[in-house]
Design a protein around this ligand. Sequence first.
Ligand SMILES: Cc1ncc(COP(=O)(O)O)c(C=O)c1O
Length: 370
Amino acid sequence: MTEQLWNHGVKKLKPYIPGKSIEDVKKELGLTEIIRMASNENPYGPSPKAIAAAGEALMQTHLYPEPSNRELRGKLGELHKVDPDRILISNGADNVLLIIGQAFVNPGDEVVYCSPTFPVYRTSTVMMGGVPVEVPLTADHKFDLEAMLNHVTPKTKLIYICNPNNPTGTVVDSNQLRSFLQRVPKHVVVVLDEAYAEFISIEQYKSGIDYMNEGFPVISVRTFSKLYGLAAARVGYAIAPAELLQPMLAVREPFPVTRASDAAARAALEDVEYTNFILAENLKGMKFLSAELAKFGYETVESYANFIFVDTKEDVQPLYDGVMKEGFIIRPCTSFGYPHHFRLTIGTHEQNERFIAALHKVKAGKTTTI
Ligand SMILES: Cc1ncc(COP(=O)(O)O)c(C=O)c1O
């Protein structure tokens, strides 16, 4: 009976099944230390300057936040060389993606993206009565720009490109992206989810923001959860031309980001030395893990993010269970349609070494019995 009361779009949603929480695993297995390499968090945490700034801002928690995040937008505008009025801040990129659905998708509108990818594109589409059009990734696990273009119809409203893609870590070629953007019909809005874009280590790589600055009508979605290590602070943003930002601003809630989170994000942007350190460590960790994982006969896909997509060539579940008993949470990719793969977040050097040691133990059949 009560289901009859539900919104039609909500009825079609599959509930989000999050990865296991550190707290749950500790309790379940009676372990005191758990290292999560499953959620693409920054293993070093945020800049100490961001923590200090958040602490100070907490003193003003009785006051509503400044609603337009003017200062933070100013800093982001400088960083990306865009007018701060082209920036919308909200509580995480997740929320920005929901705002995009609310702002653009009418019942029956088609939304094209490749699959497997980040599941929120589907959620934000279905919630609004839109129709997700899922196109397979290319054989080398990249977003298939040509195939997406071939699926555009008069009903298409949005195209999402996850770049780098979660869970594969792959990027689209930036010249191919330009050619694609030139050919997208005018009635379609292209959204580039660039949650991991800061990790792309290709010289001269052009992002959605570069293309927006050149006049292409694209929305770039970004987050402070990854490079800046502020996942719990929940700060994400969109950069878009004025006419695309306008409906998004209309549906954004008035105070989506707390004072502490806004202050942390501003301080994090200033600590360039810290983010350079994170980027360098991530690259080192990526190299180390790829080389070590290859010794198990596993295949990895070249990744431009802070995680790596690993093909174990066998059912991944026993490995997932095994490393968990050793205190590591990884992300099996079965729910993404890859029963042999797992996604591994790059840890600190010590975490990476310990993970490889745990994997050796599991593969040798010497796992801890609980
Ligand atoms: C591709 C992608 N987009 C968006 C998000 C959401 O980020 P946020 O923590 O800012 O909500 C994630 C989080 O993992 C992601 O992987």
